[in-house]
Design a protein around this ligand. Structure first.
Ligand SMILES: NC(=O)c1ccc[n+]([C@@H]2O[C@H](COP(=O)([O-])OP(=O)(O)OC[C@H]3O[C@@H](n4cnc5c(N)ncnc54)[C@H](O)[C@@H]3O)[C@@H](O)[C@H]2O)c1
Length: 439
């Protein structure tokens, strides 16, 4: 990095700016501020910025008082004004990376963020991407829009790095400072700058040889999970047909002190990472003429699980002389995993879609998602509200499917007040009055 660039650093007002204040950006900005860094949070959503500015957290995982505390101490500031970005020594990008309809990556948010930053990029700055994406995004795609829009050269005038976000929503152990941070830079100097930045807020920073490698680390972690979940989902179908309880098998298998790691079956995979990230790699691999059969197969299995859950219900109703058509079905849990209020890409909605298409009357209960919003994962279920669980509301319901098992839901009570429960989460007591079918 040039001497001129180093001189510029003293003129910056903020140590770091976080662009994109969502599930990833908010804890990151708060974590930097708590570490004593003057931090700026930037988002295009004025409503989001206004609520954060008032010290109100939109996330249950980051309590409002943590935000209010750093805002009051003037360590964390929020803005919708792009020009403010020019006053930060480093900018971290945390924008969404969704899939298009045909499972192709959409890095449009990253490119937009790059175009937003470019006019305000100043010599000496560091830009670090944290959004999960395919190898090459930082070095090629983001670099291009930053250089074109700023007239500056990456690795010469400004630094560029990639560091994957590894947050585990709902897990209290997943704090920024405790989660080892993998970092790659487009030059050794960029890497040095990025390591120095993250070391201010994170106890352990792991440098890797390039941005491409750091991007591949994130995809590898999530593909590992995606494939192992597919494996237990397949095993569940096999063992269920054999009358063997998959949950008992996993519980016993995990007593092996090495070589086995427990993963659990369900009605599919959800969230903004696991069902999406693998397809970023399968798409990029096509450019290199490499097949990705293992990942594709895991995807087929995971995407088939809502159909399996519904088929278990169809068979169970059938033995009682009933059809799905006209039955009243209750879905337990629309969040994509237990104890969080995030329903993005939740497979519960796929189950609900399938049941509705077969003519069922569908209701749901989820203490963490009182109302389904189009912003979440509910698409066509927007504005539907969670029903209360009591003897009155359960009367007339023909069956329930437990898709996501949140703490605090009384599954024993549920199963004592319903004729049939399809349990994909192994939470319904075995001695319940209802007929309980594993799924
Ligand atoms: N949610 C997770 O648990 C998690 C975990 C690890 C990695 N990730 C990855 O992190 C990235 C962000 O995910 P998220 O869950 O925080 O997304 P999110 O949808 O919760 O938040 C994204 C935020 O970015 C803002 N935004 C979009 N475009 C912008 C722009 N051009 N300029 C400024 N702000 C903009 C949106 O308004 C929104 O507030 C994704 O790549 C995701 O795969 C997410």
């Amino acid at each position: 990095m040039t001497t001129a660039a180093t001189t510029h650093r003293t003129a910056f007002h903020y140590d770091v700016a976080v662009l994109g204040l969502g599930y990833v950006g908010i804890p990151l900005a708060v974590g930097f501020a708590e570490a004593g860094c003057r931090t700026l949070g930037f988002d295009v959503d004025p409503k989001r910025v206004a609520e954060l500015h008032s010290g109100i957290s939109p996330l249950t995982t980051v309590p409002s008082q943590r935000i209010a505390s750093v805002v009051t101490r003037e360590l964390l500031f929020f803005t919708t004004d792009k020009a403010d970005l020019s006053r930060s020594e480093a900018i971290i990008i945390c924008v969404p990376t969704p899939l298009r309809t045909h499972l192709d990556p959409d890095i449009g948010f990253i490119l937009d963020a790059g175009r937003e930053i470019a006019p305000y990029l100043r010599p000496g700055m560091l830009v670090s991407l944290e959004s999960s994406t395919y190898p090459g995004t930082t070095r090629q795609d983001l670099c291009k829009v930053l250089e074109e829009g700023s007239g500056l050269k990456a690795g010469v005038d400004f630094c560029l790095s990639f560091s994957p976000e590894r947050e585990d929503p709902g897990n209290p152990k997943s704090q920024l400072s405790d989660m080892p941070k993998v970092v790659g830079g487009i030059t050794p100097e960029c890497l040095k700058r990025a390591v120095a930045l993250y070391s201010k807020a994170v106890k352990r920073v792991i440098p890797v040889s390039s941005c491409d490698t750091a991007e591949a680390v994130k995809l590898t972690e999530n593909i590992f999970r995606f494939i192992n979940i597919a494996l237990v989902n397949e095993l569940k179908r096999i063992y269920t047909a054999m009358g063997i309880d998959i949950w008992e098998v996993i519980d016993a298998a995990k007593t092996k002190p090495f070589g086995f790691m427990p993963f659990y079956p369900g009605v599919g995979v959800g969230g903004h990472c696991i069902p999406i990230d693998p397809y970023y790699l399968t798409w990029k691999a096509r450019e290199y003429n490499v097949d990705t059969r293992f990942i594709q197969l895991a995807g087929q299995i995971n995407r088939g699980m809502p159909y399996y859950a519904v088929s278990r219900l169809v068979d169970a109703l059938n033995t009682e002389g009933k059809s799905v058509q006209g039955s009243h079905i209750l879905i337990l849990g629309v969040a994509y995993k237990p104890d969080i209020p995030d329903d993005r890409e939740s497979p519960s909605y796929e189950v609900m879609d399938l049941l509705r298409d077969k003519g069922a009357v569908v209701d749901y209960h989820d203490p963490n998602i009182p109302v389904i919003t189009a912003h979440g994962g509910g698409r066509e279920w927007g504005d539907k509200t969670s029903i209360a669980l009591n003897a009155e509301t359960l009367r007339g319901i023909d069956a329930a499917i437990v898709c996501t098992a949140h703490r605090g839901v009384d599954y024993g009570f549920l199963a004592d007040h319903l004729p049939l429960v399809i349990d994909a989460c192994n939470v319904v007591p075995k001695d319940a009055k209802a007929r309980v079918i594993p799924a």
